[in-house]
Structures are given as structure tokens and as C-alpha cells.
Design a protein around this ligand. Structure first.
Ligand code: GRF
Length: 217
């Protein structure tokens, strides 16, 4: 049997991206072993998804810790037990300390629902509509201490419709995310991602254009 990449997933909520990884691992389209899931929110549906798939899972509620560094230390203690090669943030609604981020340099990835570097932060769908943008999308990127920054691995984009609301955009963005996030994880697992000194992500054996995918949805 070939070695599968050990992946830990950090979540806070619904976990539809987590489900895409679980499905990929189960049907062998993703060469990964999900070694554990951590939620900072008690009762998050993501934890049910992990439990149903027989994946070790842990709730570490951030409110029970005096500060960010001590909470992050608790995350690290749990992750050390699972020894992940890649840590995936999937709707994890906490800012991580630079100590945590440095510990997983080029092994920590996030998905942000915008075409980065545009629209960092929250409420991206509504802000995109309010600004009258023609295009919107989602970006998978390596995490650096600066929020919603870091080398972009892959982006998916779609055209904003005249009658779109934040909700309809969110639904279509999720469809994109369930494709591009597993793809980024697959590329990592296949050791195809090279981060240059300039901070670009180059793909072995692929043209750069493959890192920006247009979806007609
Ligand atoms: C995604 O839209 C992602 O871009 C953002 O949080 C959302 C998580 O959704 N960071 P889910 O919990 O995976 O369904």
C-alpha cells in the first residue's frame, strides 16, 4: 500500500469542506488519511461528520483558555499526538498565533471565500455584491501570520448574477470549494507544490493557468 499523507482538519461549523475530504479519502480519489479533526466550537456539525466517518475528533473550546497562545498550545498538544503532515483549516473561525503558524510553515492551508488578495476578512459575499463586482470566487492558500494572506495554491471563480444574494453566492462558492480544496490537498499529497522565495506557488508538471479555474455555475 502506498503511503497516504496524514492530514488534520480544524473546523468551527458546518463542515461541508471537511465532508468533501472525507468522501475523497473514502473513495480513494484523495491519497490522504484524515488522522483527526478539532473543533473550537462545541456541538459543531463538523464533529458529527468526523464521528460518523470514524475519525478521531476533539472539541477544544477556545473560551476555556485565558489567551490565544495558551489555546494554540492546546491545539498543538493534540496535533502532536496525531502527527499530521498537513494541517487544513476548513471554516476554522479563529486567528492562529504566529508561533502556531511558524510551526507548520508550508504545511498549513486555508480556504477563503474570495479571489484573494481581494476581500480579505468577513462577509465577503455581501461585500462583493455591494461593490457590484462581476467576478467572485474562493482561494486556497498557505497560511502565514498575516490574515487571509500567504501564497495562493488554487482559486476558483464564477460570474456574479444580477439577482445573486449573499446566500445564493455562498451556495455556489461552496460548490467551487468542494472541488478546489480537495484538489489543493491532492497536489500537496503528491508533493507537487513548490513555494518560491517570492511567495508564489509553482506546480510541478502543470501550467500556472491551472491554478485559476473558471466555473460556469
Ligand atoms: C467556507 O466557505 C470557507 O471558505 C470559509 O468558511 C466556510 C466553511 O464552510 N472559510 P464549511 O464549514 O466547510 O461548510
Amino acid at each position: 500500500m502506498t503511503n497516504k499523507t496524514r492530514v488534520a482538519v480544524l473546523v468551527s461549523g458546518f463542515g461541508s469542506n471537511l465532508q468533501a475530504f472525507i468522501d475523497g479519502a473514502q473513495n480513494s480519489s484523495l491519497p490522504i488519511d484524515i488522522v483527526g479533526v478539532i473543533s473550537n466550537v462545541e456541538g459543531a456539525f463538523s464533529l458529527d461528520r468526523a464521528r460518523n466517518a470514524g475519525i478521531p475528533n476533539q472539541c477544544i473550546p477556545h473560551g476555556q483558555f485565558p489567551d490565544r497562545e495558551i489555546f494554540d498550545q492546546a491545539l498543538l498538544t493534540q496535533l502532536d499526538k496525531w502527527q499530521p503532515e498537513l494541517v487544513v483549516l476548513a471554516g476554522f473561525m479563529r486567528i492562529l498565533s504566529s508561533d502556531f503558524v511558524d510551526r507548520f510553515k508550508n504545511r498549513l492551508i486555508n480556504i477563503h471565500p474570495s479571489l484573494l488578495p481581494n476581500y480579505t476578512g468577513l462577509n465577503t459575499h455581501q461585500r462583493v455584491i455591494d461593490a457590484g463586482e462581476q467576478w467572485h470566487g474562493s482561494s486556497v492558500h498557505f497560511v502565514i501570520p498575516e490574515l487571509d494572506a500567504g501564497p495562493v495554491i488554487v482559486q476558483g471563480k464564477l460570474q456574479v448574477h444580477n439577482d445573486d444574494t449573499a446566500e445564493t453566492l455562498q451556495q455556489r462558492i461552496h460548490i467551487i470549494e468542494h472541488q478546489i480544496y480537495p484538489l489543493a490537498i491532492q497536489w500537496f499529497a503528491e508533493d507537487r507544490l513548490n513555494v518560491t522565495k517570492k511567495g508564489d506557488v509553482l506546480l510541478n508538471n502543470l501550467k500556472n493557468t491551472d491554478q485559476l479555474i473558471t466555473f460556469n455555475i
